[in-house]
Ligand binder design. Structure first.
Ligand code: SF4
Length: 279
């Protein structure tokens, strides 16, 4: 008998669930066309589903002149918000409250004269939005290698990308303390991803095979797959049940299933259903 266990609460986090709910609400309530700047979440199947229901993705504000614009859970640079208002678009702000907190803390630090440092990935839309709230003055750091010498700044204020690994945050702060005379830190890490990593790691340690479900473009899903592999458990990352292969389950007694914060529940259920047909 093969046992299939799914990590508790795997899939949508609070911020993503809220953004999807707001998007569906916008379609229902507005006769106008509904758009998002970039995909609402990093999951192609969900983005397709949203499109079928009337939520369209645009890459740039110049592509739209009217309608309703949903701000993604990552938030946006205030310049974009201003431009959207100027175009008189109806704005629905689905910025996750945890991201909003990071943006507000960065702004506060900047207003108080701190050199703001955002610990995170410079290219990530959320980090770009946080930097925007410091009038683009913030520095972005995601390593502890040489070059972290910020001696010229008397006051340093630090915030984190919400999905940052806590260990990296601690390491960067350790380095910053060596150069700063005054340092103010806001821990803006959201625990949704770290909790999921903790639960996934525990499961990976007790099963023979891990199936990680989620968009191939989802950073946090990829991180989960890497984590399971690092533990030494045989792991496959699939976007949907169609990618599962029967041969993976040969001689397997315990299968663990986990998913990134942007994976819809129906895709996880579908994967579990398909695994059951193999074992
Ligand atoms: S991972 Fe955390 S910060 Fe990001 S959308 Fe989800 S709840 Fe919000």
């Amino acid at each position: 008998m093969v046992r299939i266990s799914v990590v508790k609460n795997a899939g949508f986090c609070f911020g993503v669930r809220r953004a999807i709910r707001l998007a569906f609400f916008a379609v229902k309530k507005n006769r106008k066309k509904v758009f998002t700047l970039g995909p609402l979440i990093h999951n192609p199947q969900m983005v397709d589903d949203l499109k079928k229901k009337g939520v369209y993705v645009v890459d740039d504000l110049s592509e739209i002149d009217q309608g309703c614009l949903i701000i993604r859970s990552h938030g946006v640079h205030p310049k974009i918000l201003k431009a959207a208002k100027k175009k008189k678009l109806k704005i629905i702000d689905a910025t996750c409250p945890f991201v909003k907190k990071a943006q507000n803390n960065a702004k506060l630090l900047c207003d108080q004269g701190y050199q703001v440092v955002v610990v995170g990935e410079a290219d990530h839309p959320e980090v770009k939005s946080i930097v925007g709230y410091t009038k683009d003055k913030a520095l972005v750091i995601n390593h502890t290698k040489n070059g972290l010498n910020l001696n010229k700044f008397k006051k340093i204020g630090v915030v984190a990308q919400t999905t940052l690994n806590i260990d990296l945050f601690k390491q960067v702060i350790d380095k910053l303390i060596e150069s700063a005379k005054e340092i103010k830190i806001y821990n803006t890490i959201c625990n949704a991803t770290s909790l999921m990593q903790g639960k996934t790691s525990k499961m990976a340690q007790r099963v023979d095979l891990m199936i990680v479900v989620g968009g191939y473009n989802s950073a946090n899903t990829n991180r989960l797959a890497k984590l399971c592999k690092r533990i030494g458990t045989k792991t496959y990352h699939v976007e949907t049940s169609k990618k599962l292969e029967k041969s993976w389950f040969k001689n397997v007694k315990n299968v663990g299933v986990t998913a990134g914060t942007s994976t819809p529940p129906w895709i996880i259920q579908d994967v579990v259903k398909k695994i059951k047909t193999f074992v």
